[in-house]
Ligand binder design. Sequence first.
Ligand SMILES: Cc1cc2nc3c(=O)[nH]c(=O)nc-3n(C[C@H](O)[C@H](O)[C@H](O)COP(=O)(O)OP(=O)(O)OC[C@H]3O[C@@H](n4cnc5c(N)ncnc54)[C@H](O)[C@@H]3O)c2cc1C
Length: 671
Amino acid sequence: MSAFNASPGASLDEWRSKASFDGGKMRAILQGGEDKLRLKDEYWQIMEKDPLFKKPNRHLSMEESRLLTHQRWKKVLEYGLPCDMYANYEGFSAFSDVLEEYDKGLQARIQLHSGVFVGALSSMGTERHKELIEKANRNQIIGCFCLTELSHGSNTQAIQTTATYEKGQLVFRSPHIGAMKVWSGNLAQSATHALVFAQLYVGGKCEGVHGFVVQVRDEKTHRVLPGLRIGDMGEKPGHFNCIENGWMLFEDYRCSTDALLNKGCDITADGRYVHAFKSDRDKRSVSLGALSMGRIGIVGMGVNACRAAATIGIRYSAVRKQFGPPDGDELPILTYPLQRRRLLPILAASICMGLFQDKMIDLFSQYMARLLSGEKSDELVELSKEVHGLSSCTKPRATWLGVAALAEARAACGGHGFLYISRLNELRDTYDPSQTFEGENNILAQQASNYLLSQKKQGIVSSPMGTTDFLQTRPISFKGWNADSLENVIAAYEWLLHYTLTKTEKALEDRKRRGDDAFTARNETQIDTAHPLALAYAELTMIKWAEEAVKEIEDVKCRSVLHQVVRLFAVSQLQPHLTLLYIGGYCTGPEFGTRVKEEQLALERSLSPECVALVDAIASPDFAVASALGTSDGRAYENMVADFFSREVDRAPFADDLLRVIEANKTKPKL
Ligand SMILES: Cc1cc2nc3c(=O)[nH]c(=O)nc-3n(C[C@H](O)[C@H](O)[C@H](O)COP(=O)(O)OP(=O)(O)OC[C@H]3O[C@@H](n4cnc5c(N)ncnc54)[C@H](O)[C@@H]3O)c2cc1C
């Protein structure tokens, strides 16, 4: 047995000893500050002690995973863990992070109710909906969000469900199967109430898409109410299998006009539609801003996907050895530049996007407070547009990076990465739909470029959060490499933003001059310029905000390492834009491209001794990561073997039948 105790892997502690910074200080910085970290650790400990939160080492059936999620949700309520954003914002924010890192399915189960349903009710409803919000906050009702329909997802303004004002009531109808509400999480089995979007008809006139809150199940029997049909959408990969995504049909479902979420609009007692906004555009932009909340949260999914990929990929690569110099020992695969190229940019992305998101959430909370107070200033309208524009490109950027990171980490872990117990494929499946929900990524990116185009057209060169201030700068092409690589990257991005913005604007004008309508012109100008414009806007803002956050760090050693991390994120994000920078004439000759590539290689080399300790600072506890390859003790081999030993096989359950076939084959004549 003693030979079994000798680990074939390298030591994670040896890697840790190479780091130049204090791990505790770094962890507090990267986990949202000491106060938030204290709360997170408190919640982690509660969950870790409870066997219900131990993750099974096998795929669960849909029924099993739903039951487990339901039981875990009940436990969360029993423990009084903070799910009400407005009652305890700090606790809610820390617990949301914990849930997000622990299990996306459980997080979605809770967030769809507490965040999306209650959030939309609070921002779009009024005094009339206060009692319902209080009930929701006490979990006396369970909410879901029904916007998407069978035949309309991205084109939300074209949804077909109707809510018609008839004899003092609202009557909901699904005029055809295309109008069936689909994908609504929590709807199929748990929800008692739904936030429904429908075309409002008053006096025979369509007033456009409005939000409504409707009861869908009886509060005592939990049966579906008359006038509604509800069902399940079936199996899905990853943690979302535990979410009951449902469908719903309205068959003359009647309810009171109180269902209308009437912030800024209403139906009067004598049956007239009224609204108080200066213009339809302003009305839309305020409600759009409120709906940005989900998208900003989803940036966090990209962050967590990158964190999980970096944690599992880097810890395993630090332990796993293959090959070595002719006369020496085998080396940990993390020492190979090719392997570092796969994983260190992911680590840098997780850290920088995390720092960006911390600031975004802070600013968004201030924005929401102003929105909820009923403010209707011009500046708030501008801020709504900026929040919408920025969340519309950072959500795609973060989620694309996150899903790609998990696929890369899986391959970077070789064959063992493919085991269920590595969790990497399950995580990839889990984060996969983040590219689609709360706005499909390609569609959202268009909204970000539209925002920038409209700012430029109106001559607005600065914005409330400062993200469009690059419009004040004069684009200057590359004149020579500065000592600080970040200055080079920022200058290149600012040039690229001007270039892609001007190109898109010109391409649109050219197309319109040649007779294209606005719709066609917009579609035909997406690929080469508008899409990179949106991505560059997201990346530059992430880089700048991450650098600003790092500059404020007091601890010199942590700050110094994180400065390098921001630079690695910056150069690795810029690399895919090199072609456009050369095509557009920002640079000619090899210098710029070569320096960007050299800089990335050098940063990956210098961050190599820091990376295991950096992973410790961002990683969730072992019971939450639950990856045999990614535990903090570096015992990847022992973890795998423990799982293999639990599956020792003597005789197959189908052995009798197998023997019968073998016997029969023995007596079969040769062909
Ligand atoms: C796991 C999961 C959970 C969900 N939860 C909810 C929920 O709780 N409530 C809810 O209401 N919805 C929910 N959704 C639905 C989700 O919001 C929609 O799937 C999403 O908005 C995209 O819509 P769609 O699926 O209809 O895609 P489509 O709009 O049909 O898009 C399909 C493809 O066409 C492309 N495309 C469409 N138009 C254009 C164009 N003009 N230019 C270029 N490309 C275009 C898109 O980019 C995309 O690649 C959920 C979805 C998933 C997967």
